[in-house]
Design a protein around this ligand. Structure first.
Ligand code: SAH
Length: 326
């Protein structure tokens, strides 16, 4: 990079959260206040309209992500502080990736005089979950159904894998005017592994004026009103909906029984210790079962090669220390 660069230029990748000012972080507001220029998709610029009076504003369309990053770099090289704003978190299907790609191609390095700061924001998975209850209290993942930059087989393979592995899933970019079939294919893949009754929540425009929440099931989700501003949350096999709240149990019920207001540890389980079917307990069980690797693989739905490699190692129970479960 050439030595004439200003030492004060800065690119800030600012996650705005879902869209309401009160869900924006203090640092996100300060970053926008600090910026000379604010660059972003027109909708996101509108979300922060009250904070950008007197600033240079560059509104760019949805498909101009690389242009936005290039524009930010040019301004930062001229010594300006530039805020690139994204909804949710800038690193979740947002501008952070394309910006680094452009920066690396332009020969940028962390000590070249243009600073880069990523300001985290609450992503749609978090904000939509908060609106429907507690659907993410167990393992979850996000999949974007957008095939603008990702081949369909890649998306389909991931849908198939997580449906099989029983993750709670947030589908980003589930449907648009032109992309209407992806959600049907996602449903088809999920139904191969999950019950048609699996709870599904569809959150549209979370924390924005047109917010809408709809509860449905895997079997019926394609009939729901889904669009560009929706996130679809599909529960795992334990997720339930009660009193209008979608909840994925953390697993306490398999360890503790609550009887007459008291919490009692179930037989064979110890508070603060791994489950009897945790790693050590499970190893002991398969080790002493006398069953073949093939039978164990089927029973536990695990690859036979994995079972074989585990069984080929000497079994040594490890002393366990109590852990915090919260
Ligand atoms: N960076 C953003 C995601 C951008 S991809 C984030 O972290 O949230 C765009 C997709 O995000 C939309 O198609 C939708 O699935 C989801 N999304 C973004 N804002 C949303 C909101 N307010 N309500 C519901 N879904 C939203």
């Amino acid at each position: 990079m050439n030595a004439t660069l200003s030492k004060t230029g800065k690119i800030m990748l600012v996650g705005l959260g879902p869209g309401a000012v009160e869900h924006m972080t203090g640092r996100a507001r300060a970053a926008i206040a600090e910026a000379d220029s604010v660059i972003g998709y027109a909708t996101y610029i509108r979300l922060v309209a009250s904070l950008i009076d007197g600033k240079e504003v560059v509104k760019k369309g949805m498909t101009e992500e690389l242009d936005r990053a290039i524009e930010a770099l040019e301004r930062a090289r001229a010594g300006k502080k530039v805020a690139l704003v994204s909804s949710g978190d800038a690193g979740v299907y947002g501008m952070a990736g394309p910006t680094f790609e452009v920066l690396f191609q332009a020969g940028w390095t962390p000590d070249c005089g243009v600073e880069v700061e990523i300001v985290p924001g609450a992503s749609a998975i978090n904000t939509c979950a908060a609106l429907v209850g507690a659907p993410l209290t167990h393992d979850f993942c996000a999949i974007s159904l957008s095939d603008l930059l990702t081949p369909w087989p890649t998306i389909a393979r991931r849908l198939d894998a997580v449906a099989y592995a029983d993750f709670v899933v947030a589908l980003y970019n589930p449907k648009s005017g032109r992309r209407t079939r992806q959600i049907l294919e996602a449903q088809r893949l999920f139904l191969r592994h999950r019950s048609p009754d699996t709870p599904v929540a569809i959150v549209k425009s979370a924390y924005r004026p047109r917010q809408r929440i709809e509860f449905t099931t895997l079997a019926k989700m394609a009939e729901a009103d889904i669009g560009m501003l929706s996130t679809v949350l599909i529960g795992n096999s334990n997720t339930f909906i009660q009193h209008g709240l979608m909840v994925t149990p953390r697993g306490y019920a398999s360890k503790y029984a609550v009887e007459e207001g008291e919490r009692n540890t179930r037989d064979g389980e110890q508070a603060g210790h791994s489950l009897s079917t945790g790693l050590d307990g499970w190893l002991e069980m398969i080790w002493t079962s006398g069953k073949s690797a093939g039978d164990l693989a089927q029973e536990h739905r695990l690859p036979v090669e994995y079972i074989e490699s585990v069984l080929s190692m000497p079994f040594e129970p490890e002393a366990e220390t109590a852990e915090d479960e919260a």
